[in-house]
Design a protein around this ligand. Sequence first.
Ligand code: NAD
Length: 447
Amino acid sequence: MEICIVGTGYVGLVTGACLAEIGHRVVCVDDDREKIATLKRGELPIFEPGLDNLVTRNRGAGRLSFTADLKEGIEAATVIFICVGTPPLEDGDADLSAVEQVARRIGELSSAYKLVVEKSTVPVQTGMWIEKTLKVYGGGVNERFDVASNPEFLREGSAVEDFLHPDRIVVGVEHPRAERLLRELYEPILHRAFTCPIHSKCEKVRPVPFLVTDIKSAELIKHASNSFLATKISFMNSVADLCELVGADVELVAEGMGLDRRIGRAFLNAGLGFGGFCFPKDLQAFVKIAEKCGYDFGLLREVDRINQARIAQAIKKLKDQLWILKEKVVGVWGLAFKPDTDDVRYSPALALINRLLAEGVAVKAYDPKAMERALQQLPSLVCCQNPYEVASGADALVVATEWKEFANLDLTRVKSLMRRPLILDGRNLFDRQKMKAMGFEYLAIGR
Ligand code: NAD
């Protein structure tokens, strides 16, 4: 099939590369000309495991191309995916101006039938607005367009794997023609009819559930899913606080809870809280759209409040040990909002660093992939070549992102380099007994 992806970021580029991989012809469009130039030079603007091979191979095979010209991108396409950003506005609402702009331009530029699919995470009722916009700017002809919602559930760090081996594919449609096209498009993924580029012997053979709903329900499925996962994390952080008060271990509590199949172990990790380009903004946008529709989602406001308090609490833990923070040297391991990505948007690590800097702390940091992006946000940040350099001369170290690399460090060396062997393990990465036995002053979360 001929596909166009509008918005070539973490979601758009992965979607484009994976759809090309399963045999479609894909043109990826972005209005960031520098990004398109980078991609045309054969370089990736983001780090995502396995993505470079996919992009190179499919570009080489003529199935994947890039342009900054929307008209050129949509010309041959039957299906257009909108994958632009939907960042938060000041009041927490989703900024849908990019979605609206793209819909307007598609309306103006299309002369033949197009299925316009919203893949960006958007509040419920956005599909209705896209449909109206296409009609108004497309000269009042509705039959030329179908609109569908196809929320994306990939996770940065395992995005290619998640796209090609999803837990489910959700499509919200109002017309059987849209359902037919999306079934055809996803057919190879639904029935594993492609050679898996990730696993040489792919054992993932079970069929993928394909859930067809109306557009509004599909939109709600995405917001509700992310908000639910965020709720699990804030719930566990609250349990962690209680564990600290009574002397229990939140890791054991999570293990015990997670063995219940109704609960599951995933997303029960206590720590510095959730971040990234999805959970914080989606949670707020969900609260906002609920409010606009007349429902007060107080539960989720509390989830957000608990999450925002995590950083202040970490600072308090440091103060309780270091007394005065001013002019102390604090090393931070990890800048990305989670491991295996270079994404620092709404990263708890950066929130923590900002608070430390405001207290007059000398902060130095290291991250295997995210330092360049962190420096774009915080140009004065002192970045080190490796985690040992971060430890050198530090009064305290904070583990802010649970990269595997940090778990395998030579901790004897780390301890010998530090001015004071104090570690705040904000991700519960290390074994408490072992750290204490090694002579660290070891602070964890909920343990
Ligand atoms: P991103 O910022 O990485 O990518 C968005 C891209 O859209 C950028 O390259 C930007 O230049 C481009 N863009 C913006 N306006 C444009 C326009 N008018 N025309 C053409 N291109 C335009 O964002 P992302 O992380 O890929 O997220 C995109 C959407 O997908 C968001 O709604 C997000 O909530 C959702 N989502 C993200 C993830 C994730 O893990 N990142 C997962 C699921 C869903």
